[in-house]
Design a protein around this ligand. Structure first.
Ligand code: SF4
Length: 152
């Protein structure tokens, strides 16, 4: 039987792909690399954004649609959507059922994201990539709750 493959936010494995050119390295997750079952992904880079890049947050429009805006007012929605689609395609290719994605990010966050005011205030919601994966019946965990997901 082939081993189950998981996607994981690349920044959690020490890859410097965050907006400010740093990582969010978690040693316990890095130790799982040896299993050969983790594929690191960064939706924002896959969507065509540079590193470093401007910080972005999700803003809900009055008609309920979502936009992803940078702090200086650049509309990055299409790049975020493209990245989410690419991650979903990859998940389908590898028959991924569970992922570990960085908490609170406008791409990778699950359950909580920043409120769109760039004031570090969290609200309920999912990043664009997490939302798309959840809509496709893929379980999304983050660096705080992955232990409950029985990975590896
Ligand atoms: S998009 Fe996801 S993987 Fe990329 S830096 Fe942000 S949180 Fe990490």
């Amino acid at each position: 039987m082939s081993k189950e493959i998981y996607l994981i936010s690349a920044c959690l494995l020490g890859i410097n792909c965050r907006y400010n050119g740093t990582s969010s390295r978690i040693l316990e997750l890095e130790r799982l690399i040896g299993s050969g079952r983790l594929i690191p992904i960064c939706p924002e880079v896959l969507g065509g954004l540079d590193t470093p890049r401007e910080p972005c947050e999700i803003i809900t429009q009055t008609n309920g649609s979502l936009k992803v805006m940078s702090q200086r007012g650049l509309d990055c929605t299409s790049e975020f959507q493209n990245g989410a689609q690419k991650v979903l395609e990859m998940a389908k290719v590898y028959h991924v059922k569970k992922v570990i994605l960085k908490a609170n990010s406008p791409s990778c966050g699950s359950g909580h994201i920043y409120d769109g005011t760039f004031s570090r205030k969290l609200i309920e919601g999912d990043g664009l990539t997490s939302k798309l994966l959840l809509e496709n019946d893929i379980e999304v965990y983050n660096e705080t709750n992955w232990g409950s997901g029985e990975f590896i």
